[in-house]
Design a protein around this ligand. Structure first.
Ligand code: C2E
Ligand code: MG
Ligand code: MG
Ligand code: MG
Length: 280
């Protein structure tokens, strides 16, 4: 009978909704516990100079291994961490850990770390960074902060101030995933960014989609006219590498030169710097 069936469906939906909410609450609690129990660690992906394939640094990427859930990707837990106000403490840990590791490596190896939009609006960020640099006696130019175009969404004008204060510490600022967001080309001439990172999606499709070649070409041109360097992300094949090098990218990142590595593996790579080229 129709009425009864309707109620059944309503009950079905509401219990599904309820269990979704319970899942979410459990996820949030696990995340809070992860912060307290220090369940995070960093992995390090090699960055290589296009001209001679020498190792120039690493990008630090956060990893969360939950005792029951296993590996939870950053794209999944970072948005939640931001929503429930955990990103400041997670972000501070990332800064501290990145400085500690960078200080253990010789010049000119740099460490790049990702900073979420929620952290950039915090006026305390430059202080946090400056204190970490001091604690580990790390020159600012050995550290790089990666931000996305999202930082300019709903900007109250403080974002550029924060970026400028970071630059005064000598820290590099890279605009990450360039071309995928709310392209804020107008902000490029403010001289706060030293680097543009071309998103891997453009790079990987450049061979099959000519329009992506055109996009990459104009990003490189734009960067050069503002005296910024360009990193190509997501370089997986020798063809990707050759193409990005020819297009004028300065730095290459991607599975071709290495997946994100444990500190120990990255450290071995640093110690083996005398092995000059990353691939033959
Ligand atoms: P991202 O900053 O653009 O980092 C690059 C992502 O591309 C990483 O994914 C990396 O593992 C992946 N990748 C690198 N080379 C290749 C390749 O050749 N092929 C493919 N298919 N992928 C490649 P991951 O580690 O899952 O990180 C995803 C995103 O999560 C990052 O994108 C970044 O936005 C965010 N994230 C990671 N760690 C942190 C962190 O410590 N703090 C913040 N705020 N965000 C982070
Ligand atoms: Mg990044
Ligand atoms: Mg990126
Ligand atoms: Mg990305």
């Amino acid at each position: 009978e129709a009425k009864g069936a309707g109620r059944g469906i309503a009950r079905y939906f509401s219990s599904e909704l309820q269990s979704e909410q319970e899942d979410r609450v459990r996820f949030e609690n696990d995340l809070r516990q992860a912060v307290a129990a220090k369940q995070f660690h960093l992995v390090f992906q090699p960055l290589v100079a296009a001209k001679d394939q020498k190792l120039v640094g690493f990008e630090a990427l956060i990893r969360w291994n939950h005792p029951q859930r296993g590996f939870v990707p950053p794209n999944v837990f970072i948005p939640v961490a931001e929503e429930i106000g955990l990103m400041t403490s997670i972000g501070e840990w990332v800064i501290e850990e990145s400085c500690r590791v960078a200080a253990s490596w010789p010049e000119p190896i740099t460490v790049a770390l990702n900073v979420s939009p929620k952290q950039i609006v915090m006026p305390a960020l430059p202080n946090t960074v400056s204190q970490c640099l001091a604690r580990y006696k790390l020159p600012g130019n050995r550290l790089e902060l990666e931000v996305t175009e999202g930082i300019f969404l709903g900007d109250k004008g403080s974002t550029l101030d924060v970026l400028k204060r970071l630059r005064q510490l000598g820290v590099g600022i890279a605009l990450d995933d360039f071309g995928t967001g709310y392209s804020s080309i107008g902000y490029l001439n403010k001289a706060v960014f030293h680097k543009l990172k071309i998103d891997g999606s453009f790079v990987r499709e450049a061979g099959t989609r000519p329009e992506n070649l055109a996009i990459i070409q104009s990003i490189v041109q734009l960067a050069k006219s503002f005296r910024m360097t360009v990193t190509a992300e997501g370089v997986e094949t020798a063809e990707d590498f050759e193409r990005m090098r020819e297009l004028g990218c300065d730095v290459i990142q991607g599975y071709l030169f290495g997946r994100p590595l444990s500190f120990e593996r990255a450290n071995e790579m640093v110690l083996g710097l005398s092995a000059r080229r990353m691939i033959a």
